[in-house]
Design a binder for this molecule. Sequence first.
Ligand code: GDP
Length: 527
Amino acid sequence: MANQDFLNEINKRRTFAIISHPDAGKTTMTEKLLLFGNAIQLAGSVKGKKGPHAKSDWMTMEQERGISVTSSVMQFPYKERTVNLLDTPGHEDFSEDTYRTLTAVDSVLMVIDGAKGVEDRTIKLMDVCRLRDTPILSFINKMDRDIRDPIEVMDEIEDVLKIAAAPINWPLGMGKEFKGVYNLYTDTIHVFQSGMGHTINDDIQIKGLDSPEFEELVGSYADDIRDEIELVRGATNEFDVDEYLAGRLTPVYFGTALGNFGVREMLDGFVEWAPKPQDRETQQRPVEATEEKFSGFVFKIQANMDPKHRDRIAFMRVCSGKYTQGMKMRHVRIGKDIKIADAVTFLAGDRSAVEEACSGDIIGLHNHGTIQIGDTFTQGEDLKYKGIPHFAPELFRRIRLKDPLKTKALQKGLQQLSEEGSTQVFFPINNNDIVVGAVGVLQFEVVAYRLKDEYKVEAIYEPVNVQTARWIEADDPALIADIRKKASDNIAIDGGGHLTYLAPTRVNLSLAQERHPDVVFRSTREH
Ligand code: GDP
């Protein structure tokens, strides 16, 4: 690619994820976005329906392995842009995966159920976005139902999420009386047609709130609506693209994902304002997205996406330069140059071999056990991308083998699953226990299932007297030696070789911190 072409390609990229509380409509929204991207013929085929028997997202995913990869990363063209949409697990027990995926995007779309307003999960995800001031665009969903007063929902976004909200369009009625949306900036009404959820229907527009067509559309409500719009203009923030890009203001759209209405308007705003691939920090120096030399980091590892090959795919965010098929990359952590011939891409929902990818894109590398979450790859320079978090688990179990001869296989399995981020594993220094830690309880289930399925080991869990864990560090090695000696019953080594303090109670943890004031107890750790 000539230099200008290369820059154009990067500047076309828009890489984002959807955040929402379960059931707000993330899956439905994803389907409609892909419909607009022409990535699928008929909306409704992205993921299987969540039947009443589906135990968890993970189980459902497993049952549909063939397509789970396509729903992890989806690339589609829209207008003059190339959009990369990264999926995040819906279930709270896999929230770590979601947090890490949010490090790989440049912006997010927040979907809010108009009837429920701002819910728990959204609040947590918002906190994670705030760590990097990620720009947020909002979509208030389910206008085809009787939702709450839109003004109230806007206020809630501002009060609870602590971000200024600027409506771009305003709903005309709701539920059975939902007539469409009015764009506050173009003075245009987009007319809602029901029953068009699975197609891209024509955008029927009416110009101006004084037009006869408007009066005809809303009948006796015309005056009320004009008053309301005037009030809204006075009472809400004006959109400001710089404030949006700084993560301080969210543009808000109203619509119905199920009815595929308002989605096009939102997508048009998104491709116009959302940030192009951003520059990123490494431990050594900032890296610009437009630098010519390739670099990227791994934010997620997913196993067994193709049951025939039993492969693992490491998902890498390209942060600079471009990937070309067969290129050599340096795997910085292990200091080796490796030739990558068969990275995968996710164009149009299909997993296919990529020939080229540039900053902003996600590529999948086949992983044979040497890649971990957080690994950086470059074209030779020793860089390490920052900010990929690892959270101290809150749930613990001792894991025991049914067949004691399989210890090696168990250790290997747990090691690999912890590198993938599926679980965390701790080896206490004073005994031969193996303690598994998780952020959500379903993770235990997944680990037991996968140990059996992939490593042929049957393991059972037992309760263990651990309530919380902290990674410990100190500048002076003597301090570490001291705590290792004095608190040896609480010290373990984690799957990555890091020293950890396992506390049976919060009180015990506080006491340990008091006794060792110069030792740092961390509840998160960067990969
Ligand atoms: P997710 O858990 O956030 O992925 O939510 P889904 O997309 O699976 O949606 C949850 C439920 O809400 C499903 O039954 C959807 O059909 C329904 N739903 C989604 N969007 C709308 C909408 O705009 N209007 C109505 N009435 N229902 C919706």
